[in-house]
Design a protein around this ligand. Sequence first.
Ligand code: SF4
Length: 468
Amino acid sequence: MKFLNASDESGLREECGVIGVFLKDEEKDAVPLIYRGLLSLQHRGQESAGIAAAKNKVIELRKGMGLVSEVFGQASLENVKGSAAIGHVRYSTAGASIIDNAQPFVSRFKLGSIAVAHNGTLTNADVVRELLEDSGIGFTSSSDSEVIINLIAKNYRKGLERALTDTIQFIKGSYALVVLTDDALVAARDPNGIRPLCLGALGDRGWIVASESCAIDEAGGALLRDVEPGEVVIINGEGLHSFTFSEKTTRAVCAFEFVYFARPDSIIDKVDVYGARIRAGKILARESPAPADLVIGVPDSGVPAAIGYGQALGVPYGLGIVKNKYIGRTFISPSQALREKAVLTKHNVIASEVRGKRVVIIDDSIVRGTTSKRLVAILRGAGAKEVHMRVCSPPVCCPCYFGIDTPHRKDLISNGASVQRVCQSIGADSLAFISVEGLLESLDGGPEAGYCLGCFTGEYPIPVPGEG
Ligand code: SF4
């Protein structure tokens, strides 16, 4: 099996967002709610967007490259309607920016139609793809989602529930799935619940499922609960029912969702993301206090932790760095030169705020080190007397195999390097990361909680070929 990552030109893995809406009244249109939900999931993927909707037993699909607002103008929204619908936003590097990989995927076959949107990565996609190809099934993309839809379609003659069970028992890896049939909406989460997926109610009008609760809020719904690890939820004209397809599940929610990916107004597996980031800052202050006159956060996800850090130490928090929000996340830019340029364009310092001060700067993570190095340099350039860096995730030293694009192991600055060495490399006066125990404490998920920490520890919740 071959794993690909951000700097591999031949294929990519991505972080995505999914959403599904089922309205009880067949005359109502779910698509405007999907559109609004996708707008609020835009941070999970900016490369492509798509919506599939079911009306009168026909599934219509619209998808395209770009932001949700670019793909769906008023005219294109008019062209896709239905009382049940799913949507997807996708994120990857430039090399994979092709419409073939945009989601949802739709399959029309003798017994009906289905559409699938997926967030995650299958660790056995190559094997399943080969088996399907051997049985005469063709593929039009390199997406894992097409593997899933073809498996469901192959088993569909057994009935929806059985087709889903058989499919899900065949696939391995991480997945938050939404599936649309002619008359039902399905949501499913992998046995470890690595990628988030939650369920909400739209009053008495119907139901909504989404990667993050911020999309439920945006659609005017109320968060009911998370889709449990290993659970399949089926919603149709008869109501909602669910079953668990996996006998023994160990929750292992991606810890990085809380540190970096998710929106701060989301609640994931009962943990509010903003609160977790504030707590992480406070714990970081306890573990690694820095001598400082000012605390600043790297926008956006470093800001709540910086507020918590400042509160814990009684050091003022200030807005020292401004981010240009219209530039994509830097760690996936295809070359080092482009990444450095992107960092320059992306952040600017408010010199009057930092001049002459000992500054502690809080970031969510250090991946390649490109951003940190530039930030330290521009803070010094603006007159900061000292620059101390604190990071509210442990050192990222291993790749992710579950749906997050990470660089090659050799490009991770913390791979095989001491904290002191990383500190020298980024040019800070001091550097400290939160401990793994501190990160877990910040997540405060209660006794049911369980987290994937693979990229920090190298210990993965699912066996990964080539890893331990
Ligand atoms: S390896 Fe890291 S990024 Fe990947 S799922 Fe686990 S915690 Fe999240």
